[in-house]
Design a protein around this ligand. Structure first.
Ligand code: SF4
Ligand code: SF4
Length: 293
C-alpha cells in the first residue's frame, strides 16, 4: 500500500513516472561500468573512477539501504530555439534540473516520512548512484542504444532522480529493451561517440565536451551545439511521442529563446548572469560558452 501511495504522490508532484527497485549489487551494472572505465571512456570525469563499488551496489549508499525509488521529470520544451542559433540541449532551457528535481524529491521524501518512520537520502546526478540503471530496474523504461532511459510512450527527455530508503517496499519489474534492429541514434551521432549500441565514449561526445571537459583543449564541436547535445535523442522514434513539459521552471525565457550567435559573442557577464540566472549553463560560465562557440 505504501508503494502505491508513494507513486501517487510522485505523480501529484509533477513527476511523469515513478518506480521502485531493491537496493542491491547489480552484476549487469558492474560489468558495464568496469568495461566503460577500463576503456577510459570517462575522459576527465575522474570521479567516475571513484566509489566504483558503490556505483554497482546501491545497498552501500546509506546504512541498511533497502529500496531505491526512481522518478523522472519531463523537460521536453514546447517552444524551441531557432535551428540556426547555437543550440543548447533541451535540459538546459530552464532552471537547473538538479535543483528542480531535488526540490520535488525533498517534497516526496517529506511525504514518505509522514507515512512511516524511515531514513533515506536524495540523489540527482550528485552521488555515486547510476540513476538510469535503477530507473530501468524499477520498471520505468529501458536503456536504449543511445544510453538514454526511454520511457514507453513518452521518450527520453527526462531528468532522473532517486531516493534511497532503509525500508523494504514493493518492487517493480524491469521492462524489456524495445530498440530491436533500430540504430537511428548510433547513425545520427556526428562524432561516432556511440562506439557500440549502448556504449558511449564520452571523450567523443559533444555533451561531455561542451559541459564536462574543463580543459581548453577539447575537440572542436560540431552541428552548432554550444551546450550539451540532443542529436541522438532527437533521432529516436520514441521521442516522436514526447509531450511538452508542464514544469514551469523548465520553460525557457524569451531572452534565452531569442539568443543568436552575435548576441552570445557580444555578451558580458551581467547579461550572461541575467539570462542564465538559475540555469545549469552557469557551470561552464560565459568563458566556457564562448570557448564552445
Ligand atoms: S549526445 Fe550527441 S555527441 Fe553524444 S552520443 Fe548523442 S549524438 Fe553523439
Ligand atoms: S534510436 Fe532506435 S536504437 Fe536508438 S535508442 Fe531509439 S529506439 Fe533505440
Amino acid at each position: 500500500m505504501f508503494s502505491s501511495l508513494i507513486k501517487q504522490k510522485a505523480l501529484q508532484l509533477g513527476f511523469e513516472a515513478c518506480g521502485i527497485c531493491k537496493a542491491e549489487f547489480t552484476n549487469e551494472h558492474a560489468e558495464y561500468l568496469h568495461q566503460w572505465l577500463d576503456k577510459g571512456y570517462y575522459g576527465e570525469m575522474s570521479y567516475m573512477n571513484r566509489n566504483v563499488e558503490v556505483r554497482s551496489d546501491s545497498s552501500l549508499l546509506i546504512e541498511n539501504a533497502k529500496s531505491v525509488i526512481v522518478v523522472a521529470l519531463n523537460y521536453f520544451p514546447e517552444k524551441k530555439q531557432h535551428p540556426d542559433a547555437p543550440q543548447f540541449a533541451y535540459h538546459a532551457y530552464g532552471k537547473d534540473y538538479h535543483l528542480v528535481v531535488k526540490e520535488k524529491l525533498q517534497q516526496l521524501y517529506n511525504y514518505i516520512q509522514e507515512l512511516f518512520p524511515v531514513d533515506g537520502r536524495i540523489f540527482c546526478d550528485t552521488a555515486p548512484l547510476l540513476e538510469k540503471y535503477h530507473a530501468q530496474k524499477a520498471g520505468l523504461g529501458w536503456i536504449g542504444k543511445n544510453t538514454q532511459l526511454i520511457i514507453p510512450g513518452k521518450g527520453s527527455f527526462f531528468s532522473l532522480g532517486a531516493i534511497v530508503l532503509n525500508r523494504e517496499l514493493d518492487y517493480d519489474t524491469p521492462q524489456e529493451n524495445r530498440c530491436g534492429n533500430c540504430r537511428k541514434c548510433v547513425d545520427a551521432c556526428p562524432t561516432q561517440a556511440l562506439v557500440a549500441p549502448g556504449l558511449l565514449n564520452a571523450t567523443r561526445c559533444i555533451s561531455y565536451l561542451s559541459i564536462e571537459n574543463k580543459s581548453m583543449l577539447g575537440k572542436p564541436l560540431s552541428n552548432n551545439q554550444i551546450y550539451g547535445c540532443d542529436i541522438c535523442n532527437k533521432a529516436c522514434p520514441h521521442n516522436q511521442q514526447a509531450k511538452a513539459t508542464m514544469v514551469e521552471e523548465f520553460k525557457p525565457s524569451d531572452a534565452f529563446l531569442n539568443l543568436d550567435k552575435e548576441q552570445i559573442l557580444q555578451m558580458n557577464e551581467d547579461t550572461f548572469n541575467d539570462i542564465f540566472k538559475e540555469s545549469g549553463v552557469k557551470r561552464i560560465g560565459l568563458k566556457g560558452l564562448l570557448k564552445n562557440l
